[in-house]
Unconditional design. Structure first.
Length: 418
């Protein structure tokens, strides 16, 4: 089936879902979760094919991003159930006004219609995206990357079976078969068939969609995320946070890519950070973090000299750019110059400094004394997420159910004419 044929069928099926009750949508989600678990062995076999094909072609951290396990599939199924347990975002009365002429004007949330998602090598996005779309009343057409195609197809096939078991039209969910650029271009140009396009992946993918899409496109973000260690930071807390933000899963967009350190504490903090991220990890047999620092950092610890682009790079690997700054204002200025407006953190015991940082940093998620790794739909109580929006119109930050709806005005009268 061609990509355009899938879009046409999804468009034709979407009214049936927008009219579905909350109970019908939740039942479908539970059936999809059950089908996912019942297909675990098929999904794992498909994933092994993808892993084998990707060996020696992508980095170990990206292989981990691609890999599925029984536990990860169970997590995907639980994520679908979590979405089912959330309030229905459709049909909410957002506003109500009574006019002097007797008209009652209401504003009610409605589905967007058909959502197309272009994503790369994370097969779990297949289940997250489908679950969010179904609960929010939207048909979805998914276009995954070639590295994860077999895994994504097995996941999508299971969920389509769940939809049918629940009595809903399985044309509400499609996985595009063509993983070349041609299918991405078709989605970008499908005016009248795609109501919203959401790219989820690296900078190149997102830039291509923003620059070329003729359909409405929501910009999700690459994550050049910063952790700023203030002069009034609790050093032990800062060490725990930077270790978590960088090493817990370096291949994801909410991982820290740059650590800024106030000059007053650099002499104390940087040697301890070096021990934590390099020496202790090497001793434990874990990948050490490569530190790329400026000249001031190099006076204190051993680092690779930071290159021209290191402060503008989403490494998605065990690499951390480091810079010593003279003040909080300098830290904020650096972040504003180099951030992708995803997630930033300040570590400080000074409430005034925290307030200035929060006010000065213009990113979708700003943390005080916590890891940037929490920028996630599940961690924010959204069940799961469609992506992290770094734009300001319509959606910003983790995109959950509410962000996949629009609204319409419904006006009640008793014969008024103008």
């Amino acid at each position: 089936m061609t990509t355009i044929e899938m879009l046409q069928r999804a468009k034709a099926a979407s009214p049936s879902l927008s009219a579905a009750t909350t109970e019908e949508k939740n039942n479908a989600l539970f059936k999809m979760a059950d089908a996912l678990l019942e297909s675990t062995e098929d999904i794992l076999r498909a994933n092994e094919v993808d892993i084998k094909n990707a060996e020696d072609k992508i980095s170990p951290v990206m292989i981990d991003r691609l890999r599925l396990t029984k536990e990860r599939i169970e997590g995907m199924a639980q994520g679908i159930r979590d979405v089912a347990s959330l309030p229905d975002p459709v049909g909410i009365l957002l506003d109500e006004t009574a006019r002097p002429n007797g008209l009652k004007i209401t504003k009610v949330s409605v589905p967007l219609g058909v959502i197309a998602i272009i994503y790369e090598s994370r097969p779990n996005v297949t289940s997250d995206a489908a679950a969010l779309c179904i609960k929010s009343g939207n048909a979805c057409v998914l276009r995954g990357g070639k590295e994860a195609y077999n895994s994504s197809k097995a996941v999508a096939d299971a969920m389509k079976a769940g939809l049918k078991t629940a009595g809903l039209d399985d044309d509400l969910l499609f996985l595009v078969e063509d993983t070349t650029r041609a299918s991405a271009a078709e989605l970008m140009g499908a005016v009248g068939l795609v109501d919203a396009l959401i790219p989820r992946g690296g900078a190149g993918l997102i830039r291509a969609c923003i620059e070329n899409a003729k359909v409405p496109c929501i910009q999700t973000g690459t994550g050049i995320c910063h952790v700023y260690v203030d002069k009034d930071a609790d050093i032990d807390m800062a060490l725990d946070i930077i270790e978590n933000a960088k090493t817990s899963r370096p291949s994801v967009c909410n991982a820290a890519e740059c650590c800024l350190v106030h000059c007053d504490v650099a002499g104390t903090f940087l040697p301890k950070m070096y021990d934590r991220l390099v020496k202790e990890r090497e001793k434990a047999g874990m990948p050490a973090v490569e530190l790329r620092g400026d000249s001031e950092t190099a006076k204190i610890i051993s680092v690779t000299p930071a290159g021209e682009n290191d402060y503008n790079t989403e490494f998605l690997d065990y690499i951390l750019a480091v810079k010593v700054v003279d003040s909080l204002s300098d830290a904020v200025a650096h972040i504003r110059a180099h951030s992708t407006t995803h997630s930033e953190a300040i570590i400080t015991d000074n409430e005034n400094s925290a307030a200035k940082f929060v006010a000065g940093v213009d990113s979708s998620s700003v943390y005080v004394n916590a890891s940037t790794r929490f920028t996630d739909g599940g961690e924010f109580g959204l069940g799961c997420e469609m992506g992290i929006s770094t734009q300001k119109l319509h959606a910003r930050g983790p995109m959950g159910l509410r962000e996949l709806t629009s609204y319409k005005y419904v006006i009640y009268g008793n014969g008024q004419i103008r």
